[in-house]
Design a protein around this ligand. Structure first.
Ligand code: GUN
Length: 291
């Protein structure tokens, strides 16, 4: 039987609509307009496009957004000065430094500087650390992982005791997704480039989250029949026939996997819109906490 398609675009649109209504109520009460600041260093096309989408989404729900674009050769001090200024700016409730940063910059030092109270990206070590500890709550959960969990919950209510396999252990996706799954009592295996038998490990998964950035690496014979598959990958593939010269494809071989899985979130069109919806949600939450 063909898998149920998890429609991230539609779920994200519904969340954005709720945020817009909540924000309207907030503004009618005379409260401050939520403000998101982005910091983009360099001119990588993908990062520029992501940041543009984030600003457009802010406008759509009635938030203010502030874009800071720095040259590829910006110095550590220049970037840190902007982050410090944004930390002190009362109009700014959320700060997002778009990753990856150019190689010459010390990414950890920059992320450490972001005020935990404005870390709407949820990737400050304090927020991740809180996520990893029992009995603690992060102020913000990282946006892509939070979006992944909403997609999973659109088809499975209770994750307790389920086998979850996460492909990838990145700071912004794989690791926080694993922590969120553990927090919901799933039994979690995290796979990476040194994992010996990826196919067999994946075949044990009731829930499979693919976030390795390898084009269509997940094949149909890696999938337990009926599993929930969330594709986080967005890989560029040359496509001379298309207007942009490339197309995007996920980490999952969608056409074959959908014949085995019980539910699948495709990429593109699944997790991507959820990341932005979660960013807006975190920004509104931040404004509420800072009121
Ligand atoms: N680059 C790709 N995804 C993300 C994200 O979620 N946050 C930031 N800051 N950079 C990214």
């Amino acid at each position: 039987m063909t898998a149920r398609i998890i429609d991230g675009k539609m779920i994200a649109a519904r969340i954005r609509a709720q945020i817009r209504v909540e924000n309207e109520k907030r503004l009618q009460m005379g409260k401050q307009q939520p403000g998101l600041a982005t910091v983009l260093v360099g001119d990588a096309a993908a990062s520029q496009s992501y940041v543009r989408m984030k600003h457009r989404a802010c406008e759509e729900v009635g938030f203010q957004s502030y874009g800071h674009q720095l040259d590829e050769n910006a110095t550590q001090t220049e970037v840190e000065t902007i982050v410090r200024t944004l930390n002190d700016d009362p109009k700014v409730h959320g700060i997002l430094v778009q990753l990856p940063l150019p190689q010459h910059l010390d990414e950890n030092a920059i992320l450490d500087l972001i005020s935990v109270e404005k870390d709407v990206d949820g990737i400050h070590p304090l927020n991740i650390g809180r996520l990893a500890q029992k009995g603690r709550e992060p102020r913000f959960v990282a946006c892509t992982p939070a979006g992944v969990m909403v997609l999973i919950h659109s088809v499975v209510e209770n994750l307790s005791g389920l086998n979850a396999v996460v492909l990838g252990r990145s700071n912004i996706v794989g690791m926080p997704v694993a922590l969120l799954l553990i927090a919901e009592d799933a039994t979690v295996t995290v796979c990476h480039s040194r994992t010996k038998d990826l196919a067999a490990t994946c075949a044990s998964a009731d829930i499979l989250v693919a976030a390795v950035g390898r084009r269509e690496i997940v094949k149909a014979d890696w999938i337990k029949p009926g599993a929930v598959v969330i594709d986080v990958g967005t890989n560029r593939v040359d496509d001379p026939g298309s207007k942009r010269g490339y197309r995007l494809t996920g980490d999952v071989a969608f056409e074959e996997v959908k014949e085995i899985a019980g539910a699948i979130s495709p990429s593109p069109g699944g997790v991507g819109p959820m990341t932005i919806a979660m960013l807006l949600k975190n920004t509104l939450h931040s404004a509420q906490l800072l009121d």
